[in-house]
Design a protein around this ligand. Structure first.
Ligand SMILES: [Cu+2]
Length: 78
């Protein structure tokens, strides 16, 4: 599994979190319950299965909703 930490452009209202959350949950390979979106830091944390989905799909999914991703970091979870 891979842990992703994505930094978005500043979120403007808490309902953005719901929107991003429900969209990410639908992606095959994103671990259920792993999605943690922090409003104040505009960061998204999630764990995904790299054999089922890649980071580009996740980034595109968020950006398609209208939230540009400034950068991300990946970590392999043992
Ligand atoms: Cu919003």
């Amino acid at each position: 599994m891979t842990i992703a930490e994505l930094k978005l452009e500043p979120l403007t209202c808490p309902s953005c979190i719901k929107k991003i959350n429900s969209s990410l949950r639908k992606i095959e390979g994103v671990e259920n319950g792993s999605i943690d979106i922090r409003f104040n830091s505009s960061k998204v944390f999630t764990t995904f299965d790299p054999q089922k989905v890649n980071i580009t799909t996740i980034v595109n999914n968020i950006e398609k909703l209208g939230y540009p991703v400034e950068r991300y970091r990946l970590k392999t979870k043992m």
